[in-house]
Design a protein around this ligand. Structure first.
Ligand code: PMP
Ligand code: GLN
Length: 379
């Protein structure tokens, strides 16, 4: 058959995890926690399973979860999303992103994508006949140049995809960035798709500025979130999408025929667990300690490390020590040293090698220390 995604192969995350397994390497590549979710949360899943919450959830998600999200978002941003009409529970952020893109993009529409970019955006745009238009950033970029972003907009531009805190750079957008985005999106009547899955993993006193917190932006934005990152439950694949009523109505038309609804007892469990804000507010401090441990352990060999501002990823620039291609080095590190990472060039459309590797620090402390030791064998 004729491929709909001729340029796409197996994802780099699967490829590197497999290579790590084959070589019994420490996996600092694919982004998932090495530790388990809270036993209290596990008990809640058990409770709701036993209570018989095992049949289809409502298409938009179970109401207590939508209500708990609405309250959480209101407390953080003072923006109200109505649980009945403006919040949809999805099969992870991946589904939320896919459906949001599918809702807006018609064949021939252009979509602005910042690269390095998380791997699911471009295929989702392509499958809907859209054309990604890239704003290419160095993985160690300092500030977004909004004039360059504006210069990428044409009559065909329909949407813009953003991600803060950012995978893979760990960059966190400021209020000024979001204000610039608001002006740009309003000026060109663009829809914004905002990937905020790392909203609760943010360091050094920074605050997450959600697209939902600026009313003029929120009115044209799909905010995509995920409980996988927040509660160490990446395997549950429960996420959500916030959007104004008219956008949500169109979003649900697609969601209902893609998955219809999402795993029921887990939604009830998350709803109850979310009612205690400490459960997610403590996450930044937890990961900041891990980031510091990892950065301190690797920095003394002359690697250039700009500490991650958010997410559970740390980028490492090794270009001052070697010009080895990042794919080659990532493979060699896995096979010869026993520690897997992700070559950051895999987040670019046309492979640009900035000599940067991405390491995931959502791992136990001894794994991170051992990983750092192994990295030093080669770089
Ligand atoms: N966006 C980004 C930036 C991510 O890192 C991930 C994690 N894989 C996702 C979306 C997908 O989230 P989920 O696992 O909830 O589908
Ligand atoms: N988001 C994870 C990462 O960036 C991977 C998720 C996946 O394997 N699809 O590593």
């Amino acid at each position: 058959i004729k491929s709909k995604l001729p340029k796409v192969g197996t994802t780099i995350f699967t490829t590197m995890s497999r290579l790590a397994e084959d070589h019994k390497a420490i996996n600092l590549a694919q982004g998932f926690p090495e530790f388990d979710c809270s036993p209290d949360l596990q008990k809640l899943v058990d409770k709701y399973t036993r209570l018989g919450k095992n049949q289809y959830a409502p298409m938009a998600g179970v109401l207590p979860l939508r209500e708990a999200i609405s309250e959480k978002v209101f407390n953080a941003t003072a923006t109200e999303y109505h649980p009945e009409t403006e919040i949809t529970i999805t099969s992870g952020a991946t589904e939320a992103l896919y459906v949001a893109i599918s809702t807006v993009v018609h064949p021939g529409d252009e979509v602005i994508v910042f690269e390095p970019a998380y791997d699911s955006y471009v295929p989702a745009i392509a499958l809907n006949g859209g054309v990604p238009v890239f704003v290419t950033l160095d993985p160690q970029y300092d500030k977004i140049d909004w004039e360059i972003v504006a210069s990428r907009i044409s009559e065909k531009t329909r949407a813009i995809v953003i991600n803060t805190p950012h995978n893979p750079t760990g960059k966190v957008w400021t209020l000024e960035d979001l204000q610039n985005l608001t002006a740009l999106a309003a000026g060109h009547d663009l829809i914004v798709i905002s990937d905020e899955v790392y909203e609760h993993i943010i360091f050094d006193g920074r605050v997450h500025v959600s697209a939902s917190s600026l009313p003029a932006l929120a009115e044209r934005t799909f905010v995509c979130g995920s409980f996988g990152k927040t509660f160490h439950t990446t395997g549950w694949k429960v996420g959500y999408c916030l959007a104004p009523k008219d956008l949500t109505a169109e979003f649900r038309k697609i969601h209902q025929y893609l998955v219809f609804s999402v795993v029921t007892p887990f939604q009830f469990a998350l709803a109850e667990y979310l009612n205690e804000p400490e459960h997610y507010l403590k996450l930044s401090a937890f990961y900041e300690t891990k980031r510091n441990l990892f950065v301190d352990a690797i920095k003394d060999v002359g690697l250039v490390i700009k500490a991650s501002e958010g997410s559970f990823f740390q980028n490492v620039f090794y270009g001052n020590l070697s010009n080895e291609n990042d794919f080659t080095l990532a493979k060699r590190l896995t096979i010869e040293a026993g520690v897997a990472s992700i070559p950051v060039s895999s987040f670019y459309d046309k492979v640009v090698d900035y000599n940067v590797l991405r390491f995931c620090f959502a791992k136990n402390d001894d794994t991170l220390l051992r990983g750092a030791e192994l990295i030093h064998k080669i770089i």
